[in-house]
Write a protein that binds this ligand. Structure first.
Ligand code: ATP
Length: 363
């Protein structure tokens, strides 16, 4: 049985359904990120697990115990909102130990817990310092340590890094991941930042309009999105989603009419899961899944370079194809010029196909 289980959990605010009959399992030792656009129900889901909102229907179980009617303090959870201020007159060790006093532990127990957290967060060398003499990153780590030093069944984080500047955020992502894997508890993190979810999460639940669209590992969410929404939501630059109609194969390859071209794709055109000839489909190709070719052959997509965005070692090209903008990322230094033609061939094994209902076809 999973450490946190949600079964058919719904939350209504009046007539508005914020979370709609979701199921979710978070295993012990697992970090689950709830990711999705603003208003999709992430925070409401977290607050229902925490006991800060009642579920309208459904069951919430923590460590095998149904907790629907329990208050937050009775659920054996630690909830970390945003990082809060430290006590300036207490040392780092005293700040870390502060939440433990309610449990009335012995000095040795306090010492042991503080040392453990300090080790996980690389704070051992500053334990005797006052917060005023810490670097910003160290202060944040103490704040996190203080939030997680109690040893509950699970940790719930609501946008824990959203207030940090970009450099500190990058640094903290890695540290939170190390910390949580060391603590071996079930953790749920709400974030709208996909990089955060992809780096910290063992699995990600992608939400939209109160429902969970997909739960999978970061790799599978990226490589095998369940549907067009997840495909377009994850990954930067955004995946190209091209609507078209299946036509007769070119050779053995799947061929579509799209962007006013016949495009032969590196997919076996006889695969049984493919839509019939004449049916609508959408193909998904990530901007990095192209190689440039010299000619407008049957297996290339051709357009005119519209905008060039240097991205360090790579260049993002926007190709103008009629009204469509095709995003293609190629290594820097290709001598790209606005207005020049470009022929881009989708790479073998990197084209996704979605049926008319938006679901990815298992090819
Ligand atoms: P964000 O990333 O913007 O915080 P979210 O995915 O966390 O968004 P929620 O805060 O869970 O979304 O909100 C889901 C929906 O429920 C939204 O439409 C929101 O306006 C609505 N909602 C949330 N709390 C309440 C409330 N107390 N009363 C009425 N509606 C609410």
């Amino acid at each position: 049985m999973a450490e946190i289980e949600l079964r058919g959990v719904t939350k209504r605010f009046g007539k508005m359904i914020a979370v709609n009959a979701i199921d979710l399992d978070v295993e012990a030792g697992e970090v689950m990120c709830l990711l999705g656009p603003s208003g999709c129900g992430k925070t409401t889901t977290l607050r229902m697990i925490a006991g800060l909102e009642w579920a309208s229907t459904g069951d919430i179980t923590i460590a095998g115990r149904r907790v629907n009617e329990l208050r937050p303090a009775e659920r054996d959870i630690a909830m970390v909102f945003q990082f809060y201020a430290l006590y300036p007159s207490l040392t780092v060790a005293e700040n870390l130990a502060y939440p433990l006093h309610v449990e009335k532990p012995t000095r040795e127990q306090i010492e042991m817990r503080v040392q453990r957290i300090a080790k996980l967060l690389e704070l051992e060398h500053v334990l005797d310092r006052l917060p005023g003499r810490l670097a910003e990153g160290e202060k944040q780590r103490v704040a996190v340590g203080r939030a997680v030093i109690r040893d509950p069944t699970c940790f719930l984080f609501d946008e824990p890094l959203s207030r940090l500047d970009i450099v500190l955020r990058q640094e903290m992502r890695g540290q939170i991941k190390t910390l949580l894997s060391g603590l071996k508890r079930a953790s749920v993190i709400v974030t709208h930042d996909q990089i955060e979810a992809l780096t910290i999460g063992d699995r990600i639940a992608v939400m939209r309009d109160g429902v969970i669209e997909q739960v999978a590992t970061p790799h599978d969410i990226f490589a095998s999105p369940a549907n067009i929404f997840v495909a377009g939501f994850i990954g930067t630059p955004q995946m190209n989603l091209i609507e078209g109609t299946r036509r007769e194969n070119i050779g053995a390859r799947l061929t579509i009419d799209a962007l006013d071209q016949h495009i032969g794709l590196p997919i076996d055109g006889t695969a049984r899961a493919l839509p019939a000839i004449g049916e609508r489909l959408t193909i998904g190709i990530r901007p990095r899944a192209f190689e440039p070719v010299n000619d407008a052959g049957p297996d290339a997509i051709s357009g005119t370079i519209d905008v060039i965005e240097p991205m360090g070692a790579e260049t993002l090209l926007h190709l103008n194809i009629g009204l469509h903008d095709l995003r293609v990322v190629l290594p820097r230094g290709g001598g790209f010029r606005p207005g020049a033609p470009l022929h881009a061939r989708p790479l073998e094994g990197q084209v996704l196909v979605f049926g008319a209902d938006g679901r990815r076809l298992p090819l």
